[in-house]
Design a protein around this ligand. Structure first.
Ligand code: FE2
Ligand code: FE2
Length: 284
């Protein structure tokens, strides 16, 4: 198996016993997702968590989250968190201190929850779009400057930028008004384009799989292991979520080509069944 890392996003873990939106047992969904990951034949090289890891940024929620993710910790899977609008920066710093401890201080931003690290041949740069108190995302000059400096440190290595709020419109109106702030997008795009080695921008927030061309690279969002945002491209569509299949992404490195991104559904599905007879003939 080539180097591969998983992307899990929008876990929305609440205090034990509490449902998200009084309906979604996000803890049970995450437990099923963790079991699914651990049942795969190959352990991932890392798991990147692209924000909204808890629902209200509370320390008790992070304690619950860490308990749910404990089987991955026990299996020695490297966890790389990113913050979303439902996270709390201080509570997250405390909750994830052990995960971030191996990352050298000069690879971490002391003012925002940002860092870079390598996963095999790929550099990951996690950036912080949390604008506390607001559903939409901000970067602002300081975090953008840090990103530009982080990119300048390594200009050859293929680099993945992980961020919660997508820097692009999706056509889902009620989400587009709370994506990365429009005033941050031109500067962010310029930094990405100038770097030239950004292999992918991976985002959360949308609770769906969406791909766009962006600043000379590919930007995408990822489904949640729990609830998904309803697909309705009517600009006036009412905000709503649907219980479409839970999923995560598998980003695999193919030497000589680049990063290949797969959608992996969480659930019990019939199969796999063979295409061929034991003698090699295609089953007719
Ligand atoms: Fe979310
Ligand atoms: Fe979000």
């Amino acid at each position: 198996m080539p180097m591969h890392f998983l992307q899990l996003t929008d876990l929305h873990i609440k205090r034990p016993g509490r449902l998200a939106y009084r309906r979604v047992d996000s803890a049970a969904y995450l437990a099923r997702c963790v079991a699914h990951i651990l049942a795969q034949p190959e352990k991932p090289d890392a798991i990147v968590l692209t924000g909204d890891l808890v629902d209200a940024g509370a320390p008790e929620e992070y304690t619950h989250l860490r308990a749910l993710l404990a089987p991955l910790d026990a299996a020695g899977v490297r966890m790389l968190p990113v913050l979303g609008n439902h996270d709390g920066r201080d509570a997250a710093r405390e909750a994830f201190a052990d995960w971030l401890a191996p990352i050298p201080a000069n690879a971490q931003d002391t003012r925002a929850f940002q860092y870079w690290t390598d996963i095999g041949d790929v550099r990951l740069i996690a950036i912080d779009t949390l604008d506390t108190g607001h559903p939409g995302g901000r970067l602002g000059v300081q975090r953008l400057d840090w990103l530009a400096e982080a990119l300048a440190r390594e200009t050859q290595r293929p680099t993945v930028i992980a961020m919660h709020h997508p820097p692009f419109a999706t056509g889902i109106g009620h989400m587009d008004v709370q994506s990365l702030a429009p005033e941050d997008i031109p500067a962010f795009a310029q930094i990405v384009r100038a770097a030239g080695n950004v292999e992918r921008i991976i985002c959360g927030h949308l609770h769906r799989s969406i791909d766009v061309r962006f600043a000379g690279t590919v930007a995408s969002t990822c489904p949640s292991p729990a609830h998904q945002v309803a697909l309705d491209l009517d600009p006036d569509a009412a905000p709503g979520f649907v219980m479409e299949p839970p999923a995560y992404k598998v980003h695999a490195w193919v030497a000589g080509q680049g990063l290949v991104s797969h959608l992996a559904y969480v659930g019990q599905f019939d199969g796999p069944h063979p295409f061929f007879e034991p003698d090699g003939r295609l089953i007719d």
